[in-house]
Design a protein around this ligand. Structure first.
Ligand SMILES: [Cu+2]
Length: 318
């Protein structure tokens, strides 16, 4: 009685767990393969996972099928004597060749897809048309480059063709949310300022380490359909390298918008940054003036502190 009860309990538990796994949208959306849909490289990575999984499934069903068949067919019976077999050259050569063929097929599929995963394509005709840059590039040599900089605990994006040696000083930037035009090949130069971080927006492709003093490169190209609704589409990600106590808060967002929305946003960013810089310069002047006059009231009232100019509008929607 007790054992039947516990068996029923176990069965109920199994059904509940299986149901929860199947019904949870996150669990069932990409249960066996990486997220994809936001960029072709992510789709290709996803395809490779699924192809590998299909081959593994065929091997699994084959092996388990023969195993179960043999266990049932040749189980011990009264009076039966097991055949004594020693070696089978044909069978042994067969499964060695079979395993080698599986490896060759997997390697071929991977190398066929590798090119389109690593190398960015051209921007579409209705994407943003851009100047030349100098990294792993689309065939026509043109891409929108963004410098990604990991910092404890925030991502900074600088919209500049050259990220090296302070050449991107003065270029527009944003924190946490990157805004990009659709149909446009976006190349990323990924770096870190302090410790190792990891850039990862699953739907837009693979994970890339952000290492101080070293630049990693990747790319993505968001299809035009993601800009049809106003405000575009946001792809979420998260720093994927444990980088310190606030690692969990180091989220990243990529907002894909239409080309015109992107250009308007970039102009707004430039104007906002300029206004914030002017305000900071103004306050600096006041501060210097007040110290020169040794004003006892102090340089700046609370709340007037020239904060990081980005904070005011870094999370603003385009
Ligand atoms: Cu991090």
């Amino acid at each position: 009685m007790a054992s039947r009860m516990s068996r029923r309990l176990l069965l109920t538990l199994l059904v509940v767990v299986a149901g929860a796994l199947l019904l949870a949208p996150i669990a069932s959306a990409d249960l066996f393969s990486p997220e994809s849909g936001g960029s072709k490289n992510a789709d290709d990575i996803d395809w490779l996972y699924k192809a590998t999984f299909a081959i593994a499934l065929i091997v699994f069903i084959g092996v388990e099928g023969v195993l179960i068949y043999s266990v049932v067919k040749f189980k011990a019976r009264k009076g039966a004597v097991a055949a004594q077999i020693r070696g089978n050259t044909r069978l042994e050569i067969g499964w060695t060749v079979g395993a080698a063929v599986v490896l060759v097929v997997l390697a071929t599929l991977t190398f066929v897809k590798l090119d389109s995963i690593r190398n960015p394509p051209d921007s579409s005709p209705d994407g943003l048309q851009l100047a030349d840059t100098s990294r792993r590039l689309p065939p026509n040599g043109k891409a929108l480059n963004i410098c990604v900089n990991g910092q404890q605990y925030i991502w900074r994006y600088t919209y500049a063709a050259d990220c090296k040696g302070g050449k991107n000083l003065g270029a527009p930037f944003s924190y946490e949310e990157m805004v990009v035009p659709v149909n446009t090949t976006v190349t990323l130069d990924i770096e870190a300022q302090d410790v190792a971080h990891s850039w990862w927006i699953p739907k837009l492709g693979g994970k890339f380490d952000a290492i101080p003093g070293y630049t990693n490169h990747t790319w993505f190209k968001v299809p035009g359909k993601f800009a049809t609704k106003p405000g575009g589409t946001v792809f979420f990600g998260q720093c994927a390298e444990l980088c310190g106590r606030n690692h969990a808060n180091m989220t990243a967002r990529v907002r894909a918008v239409s080309v015109t929305e992107y250009q308007a946003w970039l102009e707004r960013r430039k104007a906002d940054i300029k206004a914030a810089e002017q305000a900071a310069a103004q306050q600096r002047k006041q501060l210097e003036g007040s110290t020169a006059n040794s004003n006892p009231a102090g340089p700046a009232a609370p709340g007037q502190n020239p904060a990081r100019p980005t904070d005011a509008s870094s999370t603003q929607n385009p």
